[in-house]
Write a protein that binds this ligand. Structure first.
Ligand code: TYM
Length: 337
């Protein structure tokens, strides 16, 4: 009797990246980063610190350098494991900028003009509406397509960029034959759009001038508690999901995403209790979630040699993989290699 031997199934490829702003928020963690960590065992994962994207807004050189390294250390502290995944710094792998240029020539002005992030950021930085801010989605497309990614774990705000990436890939493949894998977005059911604690109709964003609007993974426990205690709610004083209850809906979403409890379980638990108790409980749950990350981060950030070893090793592999795709695309266009 012969037993059928199956070849091991090839793991699907994942790519994602986060910009190294000084503040990595709870939104970044719950919407994206935490899923990266969870996906590492089942997928072939490639992650990056998107430092090329970050200069679409002006950066102070000293701060910027510090932020890049801190973001790298923080993502490792969150659980990115370089034994399982490739995790590099985007500017160390030159193929990204090169493919981005090529893809710019397959991306329409009208498509880029429709990007809500471009509209928002150009309104916010009216004195610096640079070409990079406009063509940013072509660079993001290059990041993803270079690695032939099947899935891209992101929060809901990046969905439009991912759709554009798919269109660019389809267009290129349509002209030259299959060159790029057309990727799917991987958006979590809970936590895909964590809202501002001060204006819960807007997403939680590190660029919000009101520091009470966002919670950073590296905020001190007392700061986190203070921010949750100040969170905007409503006058109904009932902990349940409902229309016109954006603040409470958001807090229930945050509580659910850090504890794994459903909205119904949370509602039952806080039946008859006031918003003060609930806000304290959400704050405590978040503090408990970030505490082990902060402990690990504090150890990692003081070991610069270890960090360098990790990002150099990963960049080397990323370059090898991405160069294959870049050469393939260039050949199809007609370049002499
Ligand atoms: P960035 O750096 O703004 O955000 C990183 C990730 O965090 C998610 N996110 C949120 N999720 C839930 N609630 C929120 N309030 C919230 N705020 C942010 C984002 O959706 C994102 O997944 N362009 C990207 C970075 C990038 C990238 C890529 C992503 C560059 N190249 C290639 C995927 C693939 C950005 O600016 O994300």
């Amino acid at each position: 009797m012969s037993e059928e031997i199956k070849a091991p199934e090839k793991k699907k490829r994942i790519f994602s990246a986060i910009q190294p702003s000084g503040t990595i928020t709870l939104g970044n963690y719950v919407g994206a980063l935490r899923n990266w960590v969870r996906l590492q065992d089942d997928y072939d994962c490639i992650f990056a610190v998107a430092d090329l994207h970050a200069i679409t807004v002006r950066q102070d050189p000293k701060e910027f350098k510090k932020n890049i390294l801190e973001a790298y250390a923080l993502f490792l502290a969150c659980g990115i494991d370089t034994e399982k995944s490739i995790f590099f710094i985007q500017s160390h792998v030159h193929t990204h900028a090169e493919l981005a240029w090529l893809l710019n020539c397959y991306t329409q002005f009208g498509e880029l003009s429709r990007m809500t992030q471009f509209k928002d950021k150009s309104a916010k930085h009216a004195d610096n509406v640079n070409a990079g801010l406009f063509t940013y989605p072509s660079l993001m497309a290059a990041d993803i397509l270079l690695y032939q990614a099947d899935l891209v774990p992101i929060g809901a705000d990046q969905k439009q960029h991912l759709e554009l990436t798919r269109n660019i890939a389809d267009r290129f493949n349509g002209i030259y034959g299959k060159t790029f894998t057309v990727p799917d977005a991987y958006i979590p059911e809970v936590g895909a759009r964590i809202k501002s604690l001060q204006d819960p109709t807007k997403k939680m964003s590190k660029s919000d001038e009101n520091v009470n609007a966002w919670v950073a993974i590296l905020d001190k426990p007392e700061t986190i508690m203070k921010k949750f205690k100040r969170a905007v709610t409503d006058s109904e004083a009932r902990v349940c999901v409902g229309e016109g209850k954006d603040g409470i809906n958001n807090l229930i979403g945050i509580m659910g995403s850090v504890t794994g409890k459903t909205a119904d379980e949370i509602t039952a638990e806080f039946e008859g209790k006031g918003y003060g108790d609930f806000k304290t409980a959400v704050g405590e749950a978040v503090v408990e979630t970030v505490r082990p990350i902060q402990d690990k981060y504090n150890k990692l950030i003081s070991d610069k040699a270890y960090l360098e070893e990790q990002y150099r090793k990963s960049a080397e592999i990323a370059l090898r993989i991405s160069q294959r795709t870049l050469d393939k695309a260039k050949k199809k266009i007609g370049y002499i290699l």
